[in-house]
Ligand binder design. Structure first.
Ligand code: C2G
Length: 133
């Protein structure tokens, strides 16, 4: 069984997330997603609208995701690749090169991001258009 892993915040799940996870899953037979905890988001300088538990449940319900684990720190990837017997590590290409250190343990692929959508853009749009009901 070919196992794939990827990591991210996955807040306000959108089409760019959908496309990344679908392509990642289609590279193998089993996809694990490491979802950034709220604490790790603080370290990443990211603030998500939805807490970790919500972001985790949405991904667990998604057909192309087989397992969701917490991403607590930058350093856990090497251990995860061994622990989960990973064959392919995948990230969007905004991360190109950042995780090449994993190449001695598994294949490392950076897939083209989906243009025109990001959680930040969604948040900014809502902030601009949202009228207090
Ligand atoms: N992504 C994409 N296209 C978009 C937006 C995001 O392909 N329009 C991809 C990103 O490249 C990433 C994944 O979707 O692979 C999740 O994106 P984020 O939730 O923004 O994750 P990020 O903050 O980049 O965290 O250790 C790695 C980090 O946790 C990655």
């Amino acid at each position: 069984m070919k196992k794939v892993i990827t990591y991210g915040t996955y807040d306000l799940f959108h089409y760019g997330h959908y496309r990344l996870l679908k392509r990642a899953r289609e590279l193998g037979d089993y996809l694990i997603v490491g979802v950034s905890t709220d604490e790790f988001n603080n370290i990443k300088g990211k603030e998500s609208i939805q807490p970790f538990e919500y972001r985790k449940k949405i991904l667990e319900a998604f057909e192309y995701v087989d397992e969701v684990i917490p991403e607590n720190e930058w350093e856990q990837k090497e251990e995860d690749v061994e622990k989960y017997d990973i064959d392919i590590f995948v990230m969007g290409d905004d991360w190109r090169g950042e995780f090449d250190f994993l190449k001695d343990k598994c294949d490392v692929l950076y897939l083209p991001r989906t243009d025109g959508i990001s959680t930040t853009e969604v948040k900014n749009h809502i902030a601009k258009t949202w009228k207090v009901q």
